[in-house]
Write a protein that binds this ligand. Structure first.
Ligand code: 13P
Length: 218
């Protein structure tokens, strides 16, 4: 039996999970969250579990093959997306997947949200790309999501929802909240005459800030 119980990590992930539900970024048991624990282990929300009654003990510690290491819990059906992102991005520690309404509308339309606001570039790294479609829970979806994420912090899953990432569950959740606001803003801007991306030189300068703050090489 493992001596480590990851108490503080469980607490942080559960707080973010419940905040995701109260912020209205998911309905029912949809969505999922995870955290990198190190040593090839990950903490993942359990599949199909209501957030209001979820406990720290319900969170599942899995290895890279998605095998639970200290409980009989069943990890999220989208765990592969989370693990693929951790493998592609050593700088990230937490991943949150939501079904928020405006982001999902963009995903349903197969639309990439362009860098239309300064905060999108500074905090997310640029455009919120819409990944090519992959079936739920599949390796194919995981590969396409990690590819479309690139060096940024958010990606849309075509005909499905959104994913945000960060260096803590709270940070990844804030990215998802920003994605939803930006998606909403994008649709209103389209109605108001057409959303205009930032000038290329501004995007370049802001991406440099993003990469520096994220600890990524210039
Ligand atoms: P899980 O309950 O298995 O995490 O799945 C929810 C979901 O939103 C799948 O996309």
């Amino acid at each position: 039996m493992l001596a480590v119980t990851w108490e503080s990590e469980r607490k942080a992930l559960l707080i973010a999970a419940q905040a995701m539900a109260t912020r209205g970024l998911v309905a029912g048991t949809s969505g999922n969250l995870s955290m990198r624990l190190g040593h090839g282990l990950y903490l993942v929300t359990p599949t199909s579990t209501p957030y209001d009654t979820m406990t720290e003990a319900d969170l599942v510690v899995v290895n890279g093959e998605l095998e639970p290491v200290d409980s009989d819990g069943v990890p999220s059906s989208e765990s592969l997306v989370h693990i693929a992102i951790y493998r592609a991005r050593p700088d990230l520690t937490a991943v949150v997947h939501t079904h928020s309404v405006y982001a999902s509308a963009a995903a349903a339309a197969g639309v990439t949200i362009p860098p239309i606001l300064d905060e999108v570039v500074v905090q997310i790294g640029g455009a919120i790309e819409c990944a090519e479609y992959g079936p739920p829970g599949s390796e194919e979806l995981a590969i396409k999501a990690a590819k479309a994420l690139g060096d940024r912090r958010a990606v849309l899953l075509r005909n499905h929802g959104a994913v945000g990432a960060g260096r803590s569950p709270a940070e990844a959740l804030d990215v998802c909240t920003l994605v939803e606001r930006v998606a909403q803003t994008f649709f209103f801007a389209q109605l108001a005459g057409g959303a205009k991306p930032l000038p290329v030189e501004v995007i370049e300068a802001e991406r440099a800030i993003y990469r520096m703050r994220s600890g990524l090489k210039p």
